[in-house]
Write a protein that binds this ligand. Structure first.
Ligand code: NI
Length: 161
C-alpha cells in the first residue's frame, strides 16, 4: 500500500463525472487500499477516487473508526430528513463551510468483491456518503454550502476533514 497525492480545488480532475467500474482488477484493488491509507494518513473520514486523480466511481468512508466502507458505483435509493453542519474536504485544505444534507439515506453499491450491498445510514455517516458520492459527479461541497468557504479554526480542525 502507498499513499497517493491528494488533488486540490482548481485541479480539473475534481470536476469530472467519473466512470463506473465494470470489473474489479488488481490495479483497482491497489487503488482502494491506497485510498484508505491516504485517507487515514490525512485523518479524513472519506475519500473519492478523483481526489487521487482516478476518474472512477469509487469512494471510501470511515467515520469515527467504525467499519471502513468502500462504495463502488454507489446509487442513492432513498433520502429523508435534514441536517446542517460544517463540512471539510481534503481537496479544500484548511477550509470549511456549513452544508445542509439529508439526514437518513439508503445507498446501494458494490463492495471490493463486486457484491451488491445496501447501506442504511444516518447522521455523520450519511453526510460522509453524500459528500463522497458528490465527488464522483465532479461536485465539491462548496457548491452545496450555505455560505462561502472559510478558514477552519485550529481547535476544530481534527473533526472536520
Ligand atoms: Ni471531499
Amino acid at each position: 500500500m502507498a499513499t497517493r497525492k491528494v488533488r486540490h480545488i482548481g485541479d480539473p480532475v475534481l470536476k469530472k463525472v467519473c466512470k463506473p467500474v465494470k470489473k474489479m482488477t488488481p490495479n483497482l484493488l491497489t487503488l482502494i487500499d491506497d485510498m484508505f491509507e491516504t485517507m487515514y494518513e490525512a485523518q479524513g473520514v472519506g475519500l473519492a477516487a478523483p481526489q487521487v486523480g482516478i476518474v472512477r466511481r469509487i469512494c471510501v468512508v470511515d467515520v469515527q473508526d467504525e467499519d471502513p466502507v468502500v462504495l463502488i458505483n454507489p446509487e442513492l435509493l432513498e433520502s429523508s430528513g435534514e441536517q446542517t453542519d460544517d463540512e471539510g474536504c481534503l481537496s479544500v485544505p484548511g477550509k470549511c463551510a456549513s452544508v445542509t444534507r439529508a439526514d437518513h439515506i439508503v445507498v446501494r453499491a458494490l463492495d471490493r468483491d463486486m457484491n451488491e450491498v445496501t447501506y442504511e445510514v444516518e447522521g455523520l455517516k450519511a453526510r460522509a456518503f453524500l459528500h463522497e458520492m458528490d465527488h464522483l459527479d465532479g461536485i465539491l461541497y462548496g457548491e452545496r454550502a450555505n455560505e462561502p468557504y472559510h478558514d477552519i479554526e485550529e481547535d476544530e480542525e481534527e473533526d472536520l476533514q
